[in-house]
Design a protein around this ligand. Sequence first.
Ligand code: KG4
Ligand code: ZN
Length: 342
Amino acid sequence: MIRILGIETSCDETAASVVALGEGEPQILSSVVLSQIEEHAAFGGVVPEIAARAHVEALDGIVEAALADAGTSLAEIDAVAATAGPGLVGGLIVGLMTAKAIAAAAHKPLIAVNHLEGHALTARLTDGLSFPYLLLLVSGGHTQILLVRGVGDYQRWATTIDDALGEAFDKTAKMLGLPYPGGPSVEKAAASGDATRFAFPRPMKGEARPDFSFSGLKTAVRQAATEIAPLSEQDVADICASFQAAVSDALGDRVARALARFRGEYPNVKTPALVVAGGVAANKTIRATLEALCRDNGFDFVAPPHALCTDNAAMIAWAGIERMRAGLVEPDAMDFVPRSRW
Ligand code: KG4
Ligand code: ZN
């Protein structure tokens, strides 16, 4: 039995979790996530300085709660895994240094985990997926398609050349005077909107280059909003619906390319899978687009539960277990320096 304490502080969630793996399926013994949304809402986005301070204040208590919820103590933990990058450096320092202190005091090994690896391996914790598979990560900080070949073996097939998709939602919401975080606000407003009223661009659609781009779309939204200002509630709803349709369409085009490439590179994989992760994956329009795309192309659509798709520490603890099992724990992890751009 391996039991690992995970710590995540790379953005605006302070999180700790204990995950165990014995003979059978892995078990999340606890997963505590404290969101700082309220601290940042007034600023319309995450303020790094405020985030770092909030992590300092909360982390000790969150770790204690995770151990208590799991009914365990540090003595029974096999290792401490912490996010060491990429992310906001203030938060990374708080999490990694706390993990080092706990590991040193309890005489346990430390595992420095890449946050993206945490997202990439979650589907193996929740769905027991086997390698290789495709991961679409769409959050406030990332928009990527990764080929997941094995533990520590990833290939980035596409990334955004400007804004992350969640960021595009957040900025659109801000422009329209909708509350932060923007994704859920835009989705809610879009429900009563006309998605055909504005013909927003579908950035990168049809292009050979595999990457994403969302800043042109943001500019188009700003122009439309400025032209028809002052905006009625219906105008806002129509802009949101049209924006969401453009985003889903653009995203679908990029993902379709990746599915085709996967088929080409792995013709022998019987049931290929696309895993989605990140806060934006909660969007129902986007989800429906991706589900249909997978169905049409013979891919399994794998969406881990929302709480494990957004930032959490269970995925970090699990990545620690995967690394330990694969013999990939760095012997000098205690010297590891946080890497904001890892
Ligand atoms: O994964 P996440 O919780 O945190 C990180 O960014 O790491 O993602 C947050 C992002 C925010 O930009 C938020 O606006 C977006 O996900 N989001 C959504 C929805 N829910 C959250 N975007 C579109 N539709 C949603 N329903
Ligand atoms: Zn994340």
